[in-house]
Design a protein around this ligand. Structure first.
Ligand code: DMJ
Length: 466
């Protein structure tokens, strides 16, 4: 009996010792990656696909694993657009590879016509953010070279730029542009003037934005398309979003960044008219449709996905309650389809265009509201958007657009703003880089961040010439 107890004791001791040997001496590290880590890993995966199949062309084709250029020769739009996101995520080596490409190999002296608005927000904005992060004077020289090549477009009777400019010859073309294409240069041209101490860039941008402002209707509303030679509106339909969006965005943000009071006055007049005529409250959401710019009467209930930038601007300009209601509308739209298509009629509840380009706007506005309110509802909404996007758009190498948000059929495209904007706003929402926030930085409309602290407003006054 004693022998049995003894054996039992030895066996129990051995069991305990072996069990104890499996116990870690310190608490186990939580190996579940945070959502920010996941966004970074997915961004780097997509970036690697770009490097494998598309470098240094303008766009990756994520299904056929090829590439597409915007013009006759590549401008390196994807890499230049991706740089600031890679820096925000701390992927310094990948970012450095882009910087080396820009400094050593890029050449903007090419005989081709480029769309002034698009290359301004992506290429010039990207180069200026690259300079801000790196401090490399060779990058600033590239930005200045590029900015100078855009300047001939502004040489029109109204000061508003033509649609295209030839990067080599300066030949201009395209007399009718939309408001966003006229009024979205203050940040890039302002930063370029600030860094180069040459006010001519900001002066051109300001003249163009104020040319739009001067042509507002008696109600203070803007049309959609305008002739840059005559200054006449060619489409008098008013919208806050698509075709107009970054004009409003830049008035507010440029004021915040540089402190130009003339720009502030234009913003205050224009936003007052917007808030008077557009908002249409339906339950706990506010919608902003299409109006007649002269009468303020509603013309249609069609919204376009770019319009979703607006709650961000409302948030940053202190209209928090209006921002929440406007964002609720976008959340309702997303929840119906697990994405947002190009066009939706909120009165008829019908999709007018079902395509989704992985666009950032709803995620961007949600980010501003999350930071401003700290309400976990916005964090949870971002989790939903991210999970939906991952399950519907992820391919074996990167991410693809949706041809139809109802069927989920993918299209062989990955827009450059997917890395520049969409993934950056997800990463920041999930707490990936607390040093880059809506308080510390002003983002251009392509999400290239400029630190408020890097602009001394007293210097800005002389360097930008206001
Ligand atoms: C981006 O290129 C910019 O945000 C632009 O202002 C309009 N929208 C696209 C992304 O949807």
């Amino acid at each position: 009996m004693i022998k049995h107890i003894y054996l039992y004791f030895i066996a129990a001791l051995l069991l305990c010792l072996s069990a104890c040997a499996d116990q870690p001496t310190a608490p186990a590290k939580d190996t579940t990656p945070s959502l920010a880590d996941d966004v970074k890993a997915e961004t780097l995966r997509a970036w690697q696909a770009y490097l494998d199949y598309a470098w240094p062309h303008d766009n990756l084709l994520p299904l056929s694993k090829g590439y597409r250029d915007w013009y006759e020769k590549p401008l390196g739009i994807s890499p230049i657009d991706a740089y600031s996101t890679l820096k925000v995520m701390g992927a310094d080596e990948k970012a450095e590879q882009i910087l080396r490409y820009v400094v050593d190999s890029s050449d903007f002296n090419v005989d081709m016509n480029v769309k002034v608005f698009e290359v301004n927000i992506r290429v010039l904005g990207g180069l200026l953010a690259m300079y801000e992060w790196s401090g490399d004077p060779a990058v600033l020289a590239k930005a200045e070279d590029f900015g100078k090549r855009l300047m001939p477009a502004f040489d029109t009777p109204t000061g508003m730029p033509t649609y295209s400019v030839n990067l080599q010859t300066g030949a201009i073309s395209g007399d009718v542009i939309c408001v966003a294409e006229a009024g979205s240069y203050l940040i890039e041209f302002g930063m370029l003037s600030y860094y180069t101490e040459d006010p001519s860039f900001y002066q051109a941008a300001k003249k163009s934005s104020l040319a739009i402002h001067a042509r507002r209707s008696a109600l203070g509303l803007l049309g959609r398309n305008i002739d840059v030679q005559t200054g006449e509106w060619t489409v008098r339909l008013a919208r806050i979003g698509c075709y107009v969006d970054s004009h409003y965005e830049y008035l507010y943000k440029a004021w915040e960044l540089f402190g130009d009071t003339e720009i502030k006055a234009a913003w205050e007049e224009e936003i007052a008219a917007v808030m008077k005529y557009y908002p249409e409250r339906i339950d706990d959401a506010t919608w902003y449709g299409e109006l007649n710019m002269d009468t303020g009467e509603k013309v249609s209930s069609e919204i376009m996905l770019w319009d979703a930038y607006f709650p961000a601007i409302l948030t940053m300009s202190g209209k928090l309650e209006e921002a929440k209601l406007a964002q609720n509308a976008w959340h309702q739209y997303w929840t119906k389809f697990q994405a947002v298509g190009f066009g939706y009629n909120y009165s008829a509840d019908t999709l007018t265009n079902p395509y989704w380009q992985l666009n950032p706007e709803i995620i961007e506005s949600n980010f501003y509201l999350w930071e401003a309110t700290g309400d976990s509802m916005y964090y949870k909404r971002a989790e939903t958007y991210y999970a939906d996007m991952k399950s519907r758009c992820r391919t074996d190498v990167a991410y693809a657009h949706l041809k139809d948000i109802r069927t989920g059929e993918q299209d062989d495209e990955m827009a450059t703003f997917f890395i520049a904007e969409t993934m950056k706003y997800f990463y920041l929402t999930f707490g990936g880089n607390p040093d880059v926030t809506s308080q510390t930085h002003v983002f251009n409309t392509e999400a290239h961040p400029f630190a408020k602290a890097s602009v001394d407003k007293a210097f800005a006054k002389t360097r930008l010439g206001f």
